[in-house]
Design a protein. Structure first.
Length: 479
């Protein structure tokens, strides 16, 4: 089992956030030149034109039934030290994925994905550098950029399925099958119309992501900086407009981290495979329960995720278990059949809450957490968080079979042996009165033995005061 520590649980003080921001930049950013082989990044998301002259290049293709289709421009840059292969009609070229995310009511979810645009003919422009070493069509030169318009990235004849691509190695077969379904939406970045309708999503924020995958980049270990995101707004006619700049070399999930200062993160790297990002947030609901929200984005792991487990100590009550994934479409799966979209059921058993899909041996088209997708796992519990470890089970065979990440999980509940015995003297008497009063007025933390009236885990109220008085007057002995 591989164990990966959290990349900095976010501190509640300003200095902690500054430290973590520095750590994140160190972990995610790369210098203008990598110094190690070819290295393709997305220099501009929804950016095209000569040297990035078009900063708002998106297309809404239309709708079919409950689905609306989009595409976004991407401009790639080779920040490496070697030319990047870009050979048309062979497997020696990049493929380009497009994703959309929504942050609504504290939940960061992926709401759409596209098939993969197969690249052809690299230009030699200067979006990311003023020292482009230009080459011919079949390579992207050192320091050079190449734009693809939103219209081109939505060209259905150039779109191939994701399931054939190993994003960890960049290897895929060629030629590729074509998408199936309605001609307006097939293969393109598909979202449920209700997920982007402004009147149905008040206060929601939206983000788009582009990602390049290619074999020579991966062979030099440069595959983990190939995604970039950007915020967009959506009007009542469902058209996209970009806002802000491209966050280069950051996967879309980091838009949540960038937007909400209470979000924490961890990274899970699977040996000889790929990388997962795990972000999470724990919120005190103020009624004796806490909401636990986890999001996992598989950046490029071919082995994919099959299960996700959180330890649940004895005595903890878990409610409102939830799950969210993103739809596959247009025949993206083995045999041209969409990969299964069945939700992962969450089950509390054996000291853990575990969500899982069908295993690989049973169904290779099961709803695994595959590369380029983000899944959500959530629940409420009646205990606050503590440091612990989550376990991510892997879908495809190999070693290790799982990985762990150090994150926040439900804590072991504190048990009171004698309600009302606040001072721990094994007697309910006058010695408990002052301590109880201090807790009731907020002068000191509330001990579980002071919570003499339901519900537990909330500030003491008149029900607790009345129950405590009754215990004192009755002279109730401790067991």
């Amino acid at each position: 089992m591989l164990s990966i520590a959290a990349r900095g649980a976010r501190s509640t003080v300003a200095s902690g956030r500054t430290w973590l921001a520095g750590l994140l930049l160190f972990a995610c950013a790369a210098p203008a030149v990598s110094g190690n082989g070819p290295d393709v990044i997305v220099g501009g998301t929804a950016v095209s034109g000569s040297n990035g002259s078009n900063q708002n290049d998106t297309v809404k293709w239309g709708s079919s039934g409950s689905i609306t289709a989009y595409s976004i421009a991407t401009t790639s840059c080779n920040v490496g030290t070697v030319q990047l292969q870009w050979v048309d009609s062979t497997p020696a070229h990049p493929v380009i994925g497009q994703n959309m995310f929504r942050l609504k009511d504290g939940r960061f979810e992926q709401i759409g994905q596209s098939w993969l645009k197969h690249a052809f003919c690299a230009l030699s422009q200067n979006l990311c550098s003023t020292s482009c070493q230009g080459t011919g069509c079949s390579t992207l030169g050192i320091g050079c950029s190449d734009p693809y318009t939103a219209s081109r990235n939505g060209s259905q004849s150039l779109l191939g399925p994701k399931y054939q691509v190993n994003a960890a190695t960049g290897v895929f077969p060629y030629p590729h099958p074509s998408p199936s379904g309605n001609s307006t939406i097939r293969g393109r970045l598909q979202v449920h119309t209700n997920d982007v309708t402004p009147s149905l999503n008040p206060g929601a924020l939206y983000f788009v992501e582009g990602q390049y995958v290619t074999a020579d980049d991966a062979s030099f270990g440069n595959q983990n900086n190939n995604a970039s995101w950007r915020q967009v707004t959506i009007n009542s006619s469902l058209f996209l407009t970009t806002t802000g700049t491209t966050h280069q070399m950051e996967p879309g999930i980091l838009a949540w981290f960038n937007t909400d200062p209470t979000v924490n993160l961890a990274k899970v790297s699977v040996p000889n495979d790929g990388l997962f990002w795990l972000l999470y947030q724990v919120t005190d609901l103020g009624n004796g329960t806490w909401h636990y929200e986890y999001a996992i984005q598989n950046l490029n792991s071919d082995r994919s995720g099959q299960s996700f487990s959180i330890p649940i100590p004895a005595g903890v009550n878990v409610t409102n278990i939830g799950f969210h994934d993103v739809d596959y479409h247009s025949g993206d799966g083995i045999g041209g059949v969409n990969q299964d979209g069945t939700d992962w059921p969450g089950v509390v058993s054996g000291g853990s809450l575990t969500w899982a899909t069908t295993d690989f041996a049973t169904d290779q088209n099961a709803n695994a957490l595959r590369w380029g997708t983000l899944y959500n796992f959530r629940f409420d519990a009646d205990v606050p968080p503590e440091s612990g470890a989550a376990t991510l089970g892997l879908f495809k065979p190999g070693t290790p079979t799982s990985a762990t990440a150090a994150i926040q999980v439900p804590s072991v509940p504190t048990v009171c042996a004698c309600l009302g015995d606040v001072d721990g003297s094994n007697t309910i008497d006058g010695g408990d009165i002052q301590l109880f009063v201090d807790m009731a007025v907020g002068g000191s933390p509330v001990d579980p033995c002071a919570e003499v009236a339901a519900p537990d885990g909330v500030p003491l109220d008149m029900a607790d005061v009345s129950a405590m008085v009754s215990l004192l007057l009755a002279g109730t002995p401790c067991p």
